[in-house]
Write a protein that binds this ligand. Structure first.
Ligand code: ADP
Ligand code: ZN
Length: 214
């Protein structure tokens, strides 16, 4: 199945997508992770896009579309994928529609104050990208990823000034996409108004929606 997990930064896209991968064995593709990998590897693309990410604004469409195309042409994506952080603009959605039309959009509907609270204490694994939270979703051992033993760190763009900018970017450029997908009858809403809900509860809601459509 081809699934998009949609929602503002900090709504839990990555947290739920990685757990869905464990349940339905469909690869989880985070364009944020793809972007950070390019930057870490100091590739030509990485050098070009670093400044955007640091400011909390979107990387140009053509660059991110190229990264996504490359990733979904891998054999493990043949029968589907879970997209997290893509598409984020109408041109990206149109490009995706041409390459590989998606079947369902899970919209994570989370209020701003919850998002800010979560992002300001978020931790990310340096090696595998798994997401934790210093207060609400702690790793078993402080500073260490449960999954791969990698080191946890605070992302450069999880600082208050950049968080605010990312939320603005979301409202301006990404939220309008919801109408695009609503018109196509692909959107399923999952509302979550609390900061510290165990991910399993939301994941089981998402699983019900997916199973009903399969
Ligand atoms: P979050 O959803 O928590 O803001 P991501 O890890 O998805 O964070 O993305 C981090 C940054 O990577 C974004 O702020 C943006 O600069 C870049 N990025 C990720 N996905 C896209 C995309 N689809 N289009 C443009 N830029 C993107
Ligand atoms: Zn890890």
């Amino acid at each position: 199945m081809k699934i998009v997990i949609f929602g503002p930064p900090g709504s839990g896209k990555g947290t739920y997508a990685s757990r869905l991968f464990d349940l339905i064995k469909t690869p989880h593709i985070s364009t944020g992770d793809l972007v950070r990998q390019e930057i870490k590897d100091r590739t030509e693309t990485g050098k070009k896009i670093e400044a955007y990410t640091r400011r909390g604004v979107l990387v140009p469409d053509d660059v991110v579309i190229e990264l996504l195309k490359k990733r979904i042409s891998q054999p493990d994506c043949a029968s589907g994928f879970i997209l997290d952080g893509f598409p984020r603009t109408i041109p990206q959605a149109e490009a995706l529609g041409k390459i590989s039309p998606i079947e369902i959009v899970i919209n994570l509907d989370v209020p701003d104050e919850v998002i800010i609270e979560r992002l300001s204490s978020r931790l990310t694994c340096k090696s595998c990208g798994e997401i934790y939270n210093r207060r609400f979703l702690k790793p078993k051992v402080e500073g260490i990823c449960d999954k791969c033993g990698g080191q946890l760190y605070t992302r450069e763009d999880d600082k208050p000034e950049v968080i605010r900018e990312r939320l603005k970017t979301y409202q301006r450029q990404t939220q309008p996409l919801l109408d695009y997908y609503k018109e196509r009858k692909l959107v399923e809403n999952v509302r979550n108004t609390e900061v510290a809900v165990p991910p399993e509860i939301i994941v089981s809601k998402i699983m019900k929606i997916i199973n009903a459509r399969r």
